[in-house]
Ligand binder design. Structure first.
Ligand SMILES: [Zn+2]
Length: 224
């Protein structure tokens, strides 16, 4: 897997601090399961955060019983790191021929063939994923090869993680494992590349605002 688009420092930092809601965390943790480079960045961030915490907690008058050995420090860092993430990334990607890594796989209840797609119009399909967050929409999208997702802007942040196939938009080409982070300032039109349907995980924090009046009118019916 040749991943070229990664999680931003800001988002990874929020994840490391347990500051992300479940919906965002699913996208971040699933990218982490696929991306050794981001796992490395996360470990470094958690270690740095742990050391900053230590520096604050260790005061000169904390008494002679405190254990300042490297082993004790490392143990504290490890426990801080394991407690910090809302949803832990899988230790390693799932086996071969598996398109949906954990933790996403558990939310779907199986691999791609288990997904009960719902038609979205224009040949596209989606599968809404239930989480504890009412105001964050988490879904799988299936865009037919060579076809666009209707042009839209966002009421807030949108995270997209490609699982199969690829799409292109003004930010470049996104293939399996690639992670895109956009917000209301970006007006983009992702188009699935020819050859294979593009399946991706899309997380948004507000209903999408479609430019087309007709799409806007039927939006409530589509549940998007
Ligand atoms: Zn990455």
């Amino acid at each position: 897997m040749n991943i070229t688009h990664h999680i931003s420092d800001e988002l990874l930092f929020d994840y490391a601090n347990g500051a992300l809601e479940e919906g965002w965390s699913i996208a971040v943790a699933t990218h982490l399961a696929l991306c050794p480079a981001c796992r490395k960045r996360l470990s470094a961030m958690e270690a740095a955060g742990g050391m900053m915490l230590e520096a604050i907690e260790i005061e000169p008058a904390s008494g002679p019983t405190e254990d300042f050995s490297w082993e004790a420090m490392r143990a504290r860092l490890d426990s801080a790191a394991s407690a910090s993430s809302v949803i832990a990334p899988a230790k390693r990607p799932s086996g071969k021929n598996v398109s949906l890594p954990e933790p996403l796989r558990s939310y779907i209840g199986g691999d791609v063939d288990a997904v009960k797609w719902k038609p979205l119009g224009l040949g596209a399909y989606h599968y809404p994923i239930k989480t504890s967050d009412q105001d964050i929409s988490v879904r799988l999208l299936r865009i037919p090869a060579g076809k666009p997702v209707p042009e839209h802007t966002h009421g807030g942040r949108e995270l997209t993680l490609v699982l199969k196939g690829s799409f292109s938009d003004i930010s470049g080409r996104f293939g399996p494992g690639d992670f895109e982070e956009t917000d209301e300032t970006v007006d983009h039109q992702p188009i699935a590349d020819p050859g294979e349907d593009c399946i991706c995980l899309a997380v948004t924090d507000a209903p999408l605002k479609f430019k087309s009046r007709i799409v806007r009118m039927i939006q409530p019916l589509l549940g998007i």
